[in-house]
Design a protein. Structure first.
Length: 255
């Protein structure tokens, strides 16, 4: 079901989104060589706690997962695309990190993700991350009243494919509201003019995921959560929660 939000609700969701943005910024500022993924998760927890916010990630247990998710942030490194579990892994110079985080405030959810390199970036990683943000921007620009979900999917996919990157099969964006995953599904590739019409008050997470090696297939690691590239190439993931409004797309998870 797709819930159309009121203008008052969008203001509350903006506050939840602001908490997410603050958590992502704090994690990024802490992410240096030698820091563990578990330490970065603790940073995100502290930001959420200080804001009086809950986590839609912690203890989330979809049907396909063997166990509930044990953290408030997904931390995916190098060949991990999404859903990486924070553990004792220490970051090293040149690692490519994707951080996905959410917050629940006054019953409403915000969800966003960033990708960045630790220390000196390899040229191919810098290009991958830059393209992920370009794809996100293209998707957001297409999130306007009168367009359809397929227009967003087409905008994202066109940027990714033009650059020669893979788009992970079966992974993409979604509606956001009282829970983290609501309708509609927002694929990262599709045909323009197809799918659900976009209306004022719809809130969606647009989240490009790019595979550097160009393949679309992937596998789930033994932990039952982390999704990795088949060929070992690196991946990038970006995301914003976006409200469709009569005045154009409104990013709810910006600082």
């Amino acid at each position: 079901m797709v819930e159309i939000k009121t203008d008052a609700t969008l203001l509350v969701m903006r506050e939840a989104g602001r908490v997410v943005a603050q958590a992502l910024e704090a994690v990024r500022n802490t992410a240096v060589p030698g820091v563990t993924l578990a330490e970065l998760d603790r940073v995100a927890r502290e930001v959420l706690a200080a804001a009086g916010a809950g986590s839609p990630f912690l203890d989330y247990h979809p049907d396909w997962a063997p166990t509930p998710f044990p953290a408030v942030a997904c931390l995916s490194v190098n060949d991990a695309i999404v859903h990486g579990i924070p553990d004792g892994t220490r970051l090293a110079d040149g690692d490519l990190v994707s951080v996905d985080c959410g917050a629940v405030l006054d019953g409403w959810v915000g969800d966003a993700a960033v990708s960045f390199t630790i220390g000196r970036a390899r040229p191919e990683d810098a290009r991958l991350v830059e393209t992920a943000y370009e794809a996100l921007e293209a998707g957001i620009a297409a999130a306007v009243v009168g367009n359809r979900v397929g227009d967003i999917a087409h905008a994202v996919g066109r940027v990714c494919r033009k650059a020669g990157y893979g788009i992970p099969d079966g992974l993409g964006g979604h509606g956001v509201g009282r829970t983290m995953h609501e309708g509609p599904d927002v694929p990262n590739e599709g045909r323009p003019g197809r799918g659900m019409p976009l209306r004022h008050g719809m809130v969606i997470a647009i989240e490009p995921m790019l595979i550097g090696g160009g393949r679309d297939d992937h596998y789930t690691a033994r932990d039952g959560w982390t999704i990795r590239t088949i060929d070992g190439s690196r991946a990038a993931h970006t995301e914003h929660t976006v409200a469709v409004t009569d005045d154009g797309p409104r990013i709810l998870t910006a600082l």
